[in-house]
Design a protein around this ligand. Sequence first.
Ligand code: SAM
Ligand code: SF4
Length: 327
Amino acid sequence: MIAGNRPINYLRISVTDRCNFKCLYCVPSTPFSVIEHDKIARYEEILRITRLACELGITKVRITGGEPFVRKDIFSFLERLCAIESLKDISITTNGSLLTREKIKKLIALGIKRLNFSLDTLDPVKFARITGRDRFQQVRDAIFSAHDLGISPVKINTVILRGINDDEIEDLTALTINHPFHIRFIEYMPMGDSAVEKQQQILTREVQDKIESRFGKLVPFKRNANDGPAKKYQIENARGIVGFITPISSHFCSECNRLRLTSRGTLRPCLLNNYEEDILNPLRNGASDDELKQIIINTLTKKPSFHGLTDQVKKGIPISHMTSIGG
Ligand code: SAM
Ligand code: SF4
């Protein structure tokens, strides 16, 4: 599938809008309701849409949420997903809090080789402040277990906010010196109505300057054709990688190869644009495979050439919050 001149081979599937954390940059600051159970796409529905998307050229899938591991029977779903032959790469983004060593072993047995964890601090007290949960140790253990058990690469997503965790940029980066982790600093995106204030937003340049003043000039790391949006670097002689994901300061839309399936069963061609196409209701109303494929193709014709988030925020148009889309 092609959108503009961008080949689309990556489907990001959100299996739930629910989460056991309340990260202050992610969940809305005002009361919100979760999606009713019968409006959430069932596993067999997600699998049918995924198979059809694979017939149209999808080869990579990332499972996300909300927190994927809060959804019941997620392992049986993952097993069926891993059985789709044309899928070459299945990965998961998780807060790690529910991933025991045994569960990571099960993921590996299913063929999942890559995990992205979210971790914004190395301080357990601050962790509880950012996420609303006292689970630092579980998350740290999950990250190190994944590494010990051979998950490679172990990626760690970090959102830096001024006055919250900007004093830990160097310590988080230092993890890459002795471990082959990929630490990825993601610029905060103003989505929904999170509790984050404009002045707390920190752009990559400032993060990178702090890192370089402690560790010296970062060495650019060679990119592979299948790399995501992170610009990759290394501290000289370090084992791991430092990545910067810059949706705000330098958008990477021209290279975006993604389509999203939300837990409500809508297809979303761009994270930062509210256009969505319903595929779940047509499926439930008996649409044929060809009709569903046409919905996928039509959705991609609406993939914007760039996200325009800053303009939308200026105009006061809120982007749906992250858990309702899938990060
Ligand atoms: N619960 C899982 C987790 O935290 O990894 C998966 C879903 S979460 C929405 C996916 C990623 O989105 C996380 O790495 C999180 O840090 C990031 N994220 C959430 N809200 C964000 C925001 N407003 N700006 C930038 N990144 C955000
Ligand atoms: Fe939950 Fe992930 Fe959002 Fe944190 S970032 S609230 S863990 S979905």
